[in-house]
Design a protein around this ligand. Structure first.
Ligand SMILES: CC(C)(COP(=O)(O)OP(=O)(O)OC[C@H]1O[C@@H](n2cnc3c(N)ncnc32)[C@H](O)[C@@H]1OP(=O)(O)O)[C@@H](O)C(=O)NCCC(=O)NCCS
Length: 205
């Protein structure tokens, strides 16, 4: 699997410029808004958002810098970043998992033959929150996962106050998670992706 497998989804911005000569297609300014899979080079920007979103609040975060790099090296195609004029404003990072429920191993492992995407983290830069970006990015990510035929469902664990947010994104509650981080407990939620490669032909992406 490679980042190239994400191309049908990522072609969106390029398709819009079709018809122009190659010279005119060259970018002289940063795109106002761009969605793309992350690379290990984005890890520091990711971690800066996490630092403000999680560490400054609870002292913990879903993925530390080396873990961000780890997953962006192993499975960049399961990440998605939203960039505004070149600046990362929101992101999702996932990896593959191969069991019915998440356990402690799921926090650090990428099970390459799994059919479940474990969404480790969704975060929006604090100056861009409450503008719909978290919901839009998750929606685009779930649509994108439908283009990956080996994906059957997406799973995440969240604190209870975020259950309404993820329910609005289409996730359903699975039950309490066996994973704890310090005193924090979580609820597991899932989304049936029912991936069909053919869907992308008709999806307009
Ligand atoms: C949670 C998060 C991703 C939501 O993204 P966002 O762009 O701010 O959210 P949207 O604007 O798309 O949606 C707003 C809705 O989400 C819900 N919501 C967002 N943040 C919330 C929070 N901290 N607590 C409770 N509900 C929240 C609310 O229902 C809100 O609806 P409202 O406008 O009626 O109040 C973002 O606030 C964030 O990055 N938070 C810090 C990191 C985090 O907690 N990530 C999730 C766990 S991995």
């Amino acid at each position: 699997m490679s980042v190239l497998s994400a191309l049908p989804f990522l072609k969106l911005t390029h398709l819009r410029s079709s018809g122009r000569s190659p010279v005119r297609q060259r970018r002289h300014t940063l795109p106002a808004s761009e969605f793309r899979c992350l690379t290990p080079e984005d890890a520091i920007s990711v971690f800066e958002i996490e630092r403000e979103a999680f560490i400054s609040v609870s002292g913990n975060c879903p993925l530390y810098l080396d873990e961000v790099r780890h997953f962006l090296n192993l499975c960049p195609e399961l990440s998605l970043g939203w960039f505004e004029e070149g600046q990362l404003v929101a992101f999702v990072i996932g990896s593959l998992w191969d069991q019915e429920k998440l356990n402690q191993d799921a926090l650090t492992l990428h099970k390459a033959h799994g059919t479940t995407v474990h969404i480790h983290v969704l975060a929006v830069h604090h100056t861009f929150r409450q503008q719909g970006k978290g919901s839009i990015l998750m929606w685009r990510y779930l649509q994108y996962l439908r283009c990956l035929p080996y994906i059957r469902r997406a799973m995440l664990m969240c604190e209870d106050f975020l259950i309404p947010f993820y329910s609005n994104c289409g996730f359903k509650v699975l039950g309490p998670s066996e994973v704890t981080v310090g005193t924090l407990t979580f609820t597991e939620m899932y989304y049936a992706v029912q991936g069909h490669a053919l869907m992308r032909r008709n999806s307009g992406w």
